[in-house]
Design a protein around this ligand. Sequence first.
Ligand code: GDP
Ligand code: MG
Length: 441
Amino acid sequence: LSGKLSGVFDGLSKRGALSVEDVNEAMREIRLAMLDADVALPVVKDFVKKVQEKSVGQEVLHNISPGQAIAKIVNDALIEALGGAGAVPLNLNAVPPIPYLMVGLQGSGKTTTSAKIAYYLNRRERKKVLLASLDTYRPAAQLQLEQLANQVKVTSLPVIEGQMPVQIAKRAMEVARLEGYDVVILDTAGRLSIDEALMEEVQNIRDVAKPAETLLVVDAMTGQDAVHTAKSFNEKVGITGVVMTRMDGDARGGAALSMRAITGAPIKLVGMGEKVDALQEFYPERVASRILGLGDIAGLVEKASETIDQEESERLAKKMLKGKFDLNDYAAQIGQINKMGSISNIMDMMPGMGKMKEKLGDKELDTSILKRHQAIISSMTKAERKQPAIIKASRKKRIASGSGSTVQEVNRLLKQYDQMASMMKRFNKLGVKGLMRQGLS
Ligand code: GDP
Ligand code: MG
């Protein structure tokens, strides 16, 4: 929550009673926080109105701290509006070959997401997947999907020059039937904005393929105009699920709430980067905190556990939460971070990291710098790694020459480590609730 918002909540808890005015005041701040997170205005209005009604009634029933009560109501309502607890899986309950249709505006991430889903279904669900590009408009589009398919080691439908999208869809389904594919992912062309021709084409493809999933791919950075896109696609084609891409960026994820409210379809997956494994399930709880401005420790832990073994990830999570990790852990993590994606990606999911990221700038988050840090740490003694505070001038000089770096670089590493450690300590002291009240975001 923003500082202003938690300020309002503190004020409420001191007074001990929740009047209509109190609720209204808090709701003004909630409205701002949601607009700031790019939730579409009509959706914000509707949400605020519902919560307003709920809050006043609830206060009469329960005599808990009003600030807590309203924070909980807001959070619960937001989770509910995002689809309730838990993730909704992709539909695999149909007779194979199961067609998935990918729709959305140009550049929203359809082609990338197609490959990510293919990779995911192949690796996790052991499905035989066929990728087919129906984008005959941009010359390089079919090639792009083919290259991505090669990357994830999934078959893509051979391109036949001059074939139209509907014909390609037919051929893809035929090939899939003959060759025993489980899932066929049909990647369609997009336009820069909604137009009749695009809709008609997608409708024709839908009628031919009869998809079990029609996934609307939306860039999380889109704000108010996402409403229009979602509405048209849902009305004209019918959406069974939404994929939010670029959730690795600065977007707070407000578009998720708008999408859900407008289409009624669940957000099924979240794109967390350009790499083919940067796809995650959608967890309403996490996006709710992100919309309200709280980081996402749970998301971090999940991402970690995917690339490293369970034990290591538990150790990592515990140490992070306790603020007890030393330079050994820092070095050990660097290797994992490379596997998991960029460090800024990970920081985005951690409470309090937003500001640190700003301070460091993109350069410091470059993984090549992390590799240098690894080298510097390997030139330290055991004691130095355990207790970085003992590293004074002469030790710094020795470490720098030992690792082929400079004292400045050693300083920078120590500073980064310090910031991380103190951030973690702060998090531990406050806990999640405390963080919400303090408004660290
Ligand atoms: P399409 O026109 O809808 O097929 O979009 P593309 O799949 O070609 O994606 C457009 C650009 O967005 C590409 O450069 C992708 O690498 C990038 N992209 C897609 N998904 C994500 C994501 O989740 N995060 C980030 N950072 N970039 C993405
Ligand atoms: Mg494309």
